[in-house]
Design a binder for this molecule. Sequence first.
Ligand SMILES: C[S@@+](CC[C@H](N)C(=O)[O-])C[C@H]1O[C@@H](n2cnc3c(N)ncnc32)[C@H](O)[C@@H]1O
Length: 327
Amino acid sequence: MERALYGEGGFYRRGERPAEHFRTSVHASPRFARALAPLVLDVDAALGRPERLDVVDVGAGSGELLVNLLAALPGDVAARVAPVAVEVAPRPGAVPDGIAWRAELPPRVTGVVLANEWLDNIPLDVVELTPAGPRTVLVDAVTGAERLGPEPSEPDLDWLRRWWPLREPGDRAEIGRPRCAAWASVIERLDRGLALAVDYAHAADARPPYGTLTGYRDGATVPAVPDGSCDVTAHVALDACSVAGERAGATDGVLTTQREALRALGLSGARPSLDLAGTDPRGYLAALCSAGEDAELTDPSGLGGFGWLAQTVDVPLPAVLRPAVTV
Ligand SMILES: C[S@@+](CC[C@H](N)C(=O)[O-])C[C@H]1O[C@@H](n2cnc3c(N)ncnc32)[C@H](O)[C@@H]1O
């Protein structure tokens, strides 16, 4: 998975545009990025409006989230923002010069770190329970044929016992330890501020018995063969990432759904009043369009069902993300 996505010529390294293969909240509507602006303002105020406010987008794709978010901030705040896109893919030509583009996390951050659909693309191993215990699933990257390989490492077995116990022979689990480490590495770099991960997630009491590994190519799901021709992704055990973040120095993680969070941030999906159509037809159509986009972003069986994991270091959690609704 690592080689297929990020190795030389890998799916993401060669500059495939995510929007050509699947639809994230960022692609669904610029209203997603705009909805995050109050969180940035909240953190800015908690930090005492510093001269430099870092806003880092990890797994930035084509950079649209940062562009739309910056446009939604008041000018005096945007002028102090140091926007950074962290992305292994090459910098697209359309990204404004003011946005730094780098392949690795910055060493220190004071401000906000966003990670929309990043953790699900952190490579992981899949294991299957056999009568002799869990065994790693190996996939032939040419034929797609599977076979069972070695026993997972002791740290992986520990992770499985704690976060995804396997019950019946044939059950599969996805070892989320690399995602926990990735999230912890974000928190470790955060001197002060907020880190927010948004992703399709599952919780310990409802792990899918056969896992979630999926391939995407050209907008369709395909077998998750790690041959570099498609995206390979798996849902995220955000509850485990949250604990890893706490150990790395953040406050207790708040887990909520995108629907709850975006509604709290003012996206309702409610249709505009028909009266508006009579007095301001253009305004009515614009409002109708926004309502449709909000409905997609908050659809509980789609993007609205995504998990939000928010953790802070040395600033209070933005009020709008409290109290939490557990995923
Ligand atoms: C599913 S796409 C999401 C893109 C964008 N955030 C969005 O919501 O549309 C995941 C992105 O994360 C990037 N990525 C994954 N692991 C990364 C890493 N360790 N460092 C930098 N970028 C990474 C991939 O190259 C890919 O562009």
